[in-house]
Design a protein around this ligand. Structure first.
Ligand code: ADP
Ligand code: MG
Length: 228
């Protein structure tokens, strides 16, 4: 379970203070597919960055299965992020020179001590199972430039779950995709959430996708409200 309690983030904006996230509360159990929607600039990415341990909140608590994610030193935060979280950012950040299978291999070795101990064949079997799950096994040898936007997003997602995280945090995964591709990506995220019992949070401002989610939250001026 991913839990945010009274999370606040303030940015210094010249002489004044901008409250990007205002006492936000969020509960996402394992296996739950949760959406955060809301207008641009309302604080959605800020909230996700806090849940990802990349930004330290000004106040409040973030917990994953009862362990604090806020207020960690940088080294502990990085270790926790590598091992327990799956993160898919808005901007594509695949490594251009690596083939799809290699993208996953790097993350598996970094994020999962038990996978890092496997021999090459066993690790490859595990990675290929994940590539198969996202429908990309036949593209395992492709580099990012040889893939479409939707295919790159599938590799991004596969890379985010290869180390079996507890929570999956995804920022606007469909903003660069057409409607059909967007639907496929949302369905894939939902299926992976179920299959791997992930506590998944997806930021999306596409209301068309909201019926796919178990829970829907809306962000407005930093204030998060559960609408369903
Ligand atoms: P969203 O993802 O909903 O578009 P953001 O979380 O990116 O919203 O931004 C929320 C608010 O915080 C906006 O007013 C934005 O300008 C401000 N903001 C975001 N990042 C920073 C930053 N690093 N420094 C100052 N203000 C920021
Ligand atoms: Mg954003």
């Amino acid at each position: 379970m991913l839990t945010l309690t009274d999370v606040t983030l303030e940015y210094q904006d010249g002489d004044s203070t901008l409250t990007a996230v205002d006492r936000a509360g969020l509960e996402v159990p394992a296996g739950c597919f949760a959406a955060i929607t809301g207008p641009s600039g309302s604080g959605k990415s800020s909230l996700l960055a806090i849940a990802s341990t990349l930004v330290t909140p000004t106040g409040g608590a973030v917990e994953l299965d009862g362990a604090a994610l806020h207020g960690l030193d940088r080294k502990s935060a990085a270790k926790l992020r590598r091992e327990r979280l799956g993160i898919v950012f808005q901007a594509p950040n695949l490594i251009p020179s690596l083939r799809a299978r290699e993208q996953l291999e790097v993350m598996a070795r970094l994020g999962a001590p038990e996978l890092a101990r496997l021999d090459r064949a066993a690790l490859r079997e595990r990675i290929d199972a994940v590539l198969d799950e996202v429908g990309m096994l036949d593209r395992a040898e492709f580099r990012p430039s040889q893939l479409s936007g939707g295919q790159r997003q599938r590799i991004n997602i596969a890379r985010a779950i290869v180390h079996s995280p507890a929570a999956l945090l995804v920022d606007e995964p469909t903003s660069a995709l057409d409607a059909a591709r967007s639907r496929e990506i949302i369905a894939l995220l939902r299926d992976l959430t179920r299959e791997h019992s992930l506590a998944t949070v997806v930021v999306t401002h596409d209301v068309e996708h909201l019926p796919e989610f178990d829970r829907v939250h809306e962000m407005r001026d930093g204030v998060l409200t559960r609408v369903r």
